[in-house]
Design a protein around this ligand. Structure first.
Ligand code: BJW
Length: 264
C-alpha cells in the first residue's frame, strides 16, 4: 500500500469502470454515528442483542426501538459532499458506475445515486420475519415498545412479527445483490477497472473481501478513510482523511466541473 500525501485524481476516461464500496464513514460528516468508533452506534447496544436474529427473537421491542431511533435520526440528516460527489460521478459514467454500499441510512439515494446495491439492507424497508411478502417501504417508528405484526400472515390466526430489512450478523446477503456486484466487476475488468473503498473499517465480510476480488481482476485499488483500516495493505493507494473532503478532490470536483449540486 502506498500512502498518498499528494492530491491525486482519478481521471474519468471513456474506458473507466468504477466500482465504489462505501461504509459508515461516508455518512459520519452527515451526523450519522459509525459503528466501531469509541462513541459509536453500538457503544450502548450489545451487538448480539440488536443486530442478530436470536437477539430479535429474544426482544423484538428492543430491536424495533433501536432501529426506530435510527430512523428518527436519519430523517434529520442530509447528504454531504462525499455522497454528492459519488452521485455526480455516476451521472458522468452512467452504466460504467456501480455503488455497493454497506450503509442502510439511504443518504446515497437522497444525494441522487441510482446504480446502487444496498448490501446490508435499508432502514427504510420492513419485511415479515416469516412469510414471503416482499420488503415494503416503511418510515414508521416504534419507540413505545410496540412490535408491528404482518398484515398478510395476519389474516390467518396469529400474525408473524415484522422486522427491519437489515442484514444482521450471521444472515446471508441477498445473492442477487452479490451477483450484480460480481457481474459488474467481470464486465469492468474488460476496460480500465477502478475499485474505490471509502469510510469502512474492512472487518465485515463479504464487503471487506471485495478489494481482493477487484485486485484479482486487475483493478486499480483505492482507499479513502479517516484511519488505516484492517485491510489497508490490500489497496494500492490510500488517502487518509475525511471522505467529504477527499472525494471532491479525488474526482476533481472541488472546482465543481461535473455540475454537482450542493458542492461549493
Ligand atoms: C471515516 C470518516 C470520514 C469515520 N471519512 N472515513 C469471513 C471471515 C470472517 C467472518 C466472516 C466471513 N464471512 C462472513 C463472516 C461473518 C460475518 C463477519 O463479517 N464477521 C466479522 C465481523 C468477523 N459476516 C456476516 O455475518 C455476513 N453474513 C454472511 O456472510 O453470511 C454468510 C455467513 C454467515 C456466518 C458465517 C459465515 C458466512 C453479514 C454481515 C452483515 C453485517 N451487518 C452490519 C449490521 C447491520 C445492522 C445495523 O445497521 O444495525 O452492517 S455489521 C455493521 O458493520 C453494519 C455495517 O454496514 C458494517 C460495516 O461497518 P463499517 O461501515 O465498516 O463501519 P465502521 O464503524 O466499522 O467503520 C467506519 C470507518 O470509517 C472507520 O474505519 C473510520 O476510520 C472511518 N471514518 N469517519 C472517511 N469522515
Amino acid at each position: 500500500m502506498e500512502r498518498d500525501q499528494r492530491s491525486p485524481v482519478i481521471a474519468l476516461t471513456d474506458d473507466t469502470w468504477l466500482l465504489v464500496l462505501t461504509g459508515a464513514g461516508v455518512s459520519a460528516e452527515s451526523g450519522i454515528p459509525t459503528f466501531r468508533a469509541s462513541d459509536g452506534l453500538w457503544e450502548n447496544h450489545p451487538v448480539d442483542k440488536v443486530a442478530t436474529l436470536p437477539g430479535f427473537r429474544a426482544d423484538p421491542a428492543l430491536v424495533w426501538r433501536f432501529y426506530s431511533e435510527r430512523r428518527a435520526h436519519a430523517k434529520r440528516c442530509s447528504p454531504n459532499p462525499g455522497h454528492l460527489t459519488l452521485a455526480a460521478v455516476e451521472r458522468q459514467l452512467g452504466d460504467r458506475f456501480l455503488l455497493a454500499t454497506q450503509n442502510v441510512d439511504g443518504l446515497h439515494r437522497k444525494a441522487g445515486s441510482q446504480r446502487i446495491v444496498e448490501m446490508h439492507g435499508s432502514l427504510w424497508l420492513t419485511r415479515c420475519s416469516d412469510c414471503n411478502r416482499p420488503p415494503f417501504a416503511d418510515e414508521a417508528e416504534y419507540l413505545d415498545g410496540t412490535v408491528p405484526g404482518c398484515k398478510v400472515c395476519g389474516t390467518s390466526g396469529r400474525p408473524a412479527l415484522l422486522r427491519p430489512h437489515i442484514v444482521w450478523f450471521g444472515e446471508m446477503l441477498d445473492p442477487d445483490d452479490l451477483q450484480r456486484i460480481d457481474d459488474f466487476a467481470q464486465t469492468a475488468s474488460r476496460g480500465r477497472f477502478v475499485f474505490l473503498a471509502v469510510g469502512t473499517s474492512g472487518v465485515v465480510y463479504p464487503a471487506a473481501g471485495l478489494v481482493r476480488v477487484a485486485a484479482r481482476l486487475g483493478a486499480e485499488t483505492w482507499l479513502a478513510n479517516a484511519e488505516p483500516p484492517e485491510n489497508a495493505s490490500l489497496f494500492r493507494s490510500f488517502l487518509q482523511g475525511k471522505s467529504g473532503e477527499i472525494l471532491p478532490r479525488l474526482f476533481s470536483l472541488d472546482g465543481n466541473p461535473l455540475g454537482c449540486a450542493g458542492l461549493p
